[in-house]
Design a protein around this ligand. Sequence first.
Ligand code: NAD
Length: 432
Amino acid sequence: MAIVAEIKKQKKQPVRGMMDNVMEQFNSAADKINLHPSIRKILSITNNEIIVNFPVKMDNGDVEIFRGYRVQHNNALGPYKGGLRYHPTVDIDAARALAMWMTWKTSLAGLPYGGGKGGIQLDPSKYSESELERITRRFTFALADNIGPEHDIPAPDVNTNSQTMAWMADTYMSTRPPAERTANQHIVTGKPAGSGGLEGRDRATGFGVFLSIKFWAEKNNINLTDKKFIVQGFGNVGYWAAYFLEKEGAKLVAVQDAFGSIENQKGISVEDLFNYTKANKGSIVDFPDAMSLNKDDFFATHCDICIPAALGNQITADNAMEIKATLVAEGANGPTNVEGEKILLDRGITIIPDILCNSGGVVGSYYEWLQNRNGELWQLDEVMAKLEKKLRESFNKVYDYSQKESMDLRTAAYCIAIQRIERAYIERGIFP
Ligand code: NAD
């Protein structure tokens, strides 16, 4: 495809980028469903790519320039929706790929949304809380009317959280005319519950990861009690997935985060580890009730279920042969690259793909958006019940399609997602 060739030219190193992965996954499903060639062309490129460079005053009085991205892939089904990431790996390639994944994810979940993604290329650990606040507010201001509650609705992602969303919402609403301010509360989702956020949005993604594993176990008559699992990334997604799995009787035996890796085959208490990281600048390193593990040995740890819940391109040809789990549940976006996936599938390992496995987050975001739009306040128990019902429907849809068509779960998920968008284009036609 032309776009892949163009992106390859831009890259400094000849390594496979996330965009190559998402395009290969898309093309493989598009071939299977015989996607209309015009629609394949439309979906192969992004609608809009916004790059903003903006100055921010640091605590010491110096001014630093930051580069922020927002890529809007497709809005055939509704406003662009997707997270904002603060990480050194954020660039246009990553933002494009992540935006495309969002289009498939929202379509698969049956939501009235398209896909977008963005962020700032920075290491947040190098900045103070007040610097991060000014960076976030100025980024929001720089994005200006390129985002909007009925146009493009950001949410948290890696290294951004409910506090980041509260700053964004406040900045965006403060720059509207007074009478319109409150009506713009749904400019972002993932806000704190006290500021228009949804009860349970914090755990929605991890809960969805857990549910996907539970639904898969039910289909295969597997009891999760005492099943061993490992988690890469102990942030929002990794922690909550581990929390719910432990409640179901499964045992957390290894964790890796940005700072190190730990293992204890007898089990690691999720709550103890969480409290430890709170007091240890977010790091799992030196957790007393586990031994430290070599970074490269993490994926080879003995376990039944592997949950990558950190960054993309983590399971590759370099480590896929070593994975002991029989199930990989993708909490992160794009954690398994195409070569890694081929090896896992050849070895008979099931992958619950990201666009299904971590879709609890965007479904939770949709409920928050509806809550704000309708001026309602939803209770935690109704949110969790609605999430479970919706995610079960999605899981069954993908599982049944994969069985019927004899294909892996990712290809099945892509086929369903792309067909829904294809239908919208065919019904509406192309303007003018
Ligand atoms: P987070 O910032 O809360 O946590 C990220 C975790 O990953 C941290 O524990 C961090 O230390 C760890 N990490 C970072 N770099 C790492 C590395 N190189 N090796 C190992 N661990 C590393 O982020 P999050 O919100 O939990 O997001 C995690 C993943 O889930 C991302 O891929 C994100 O796109 C995806 N996701 C998040 C949501 C959501 O609602 N937050 C929804 C869908 C998908």
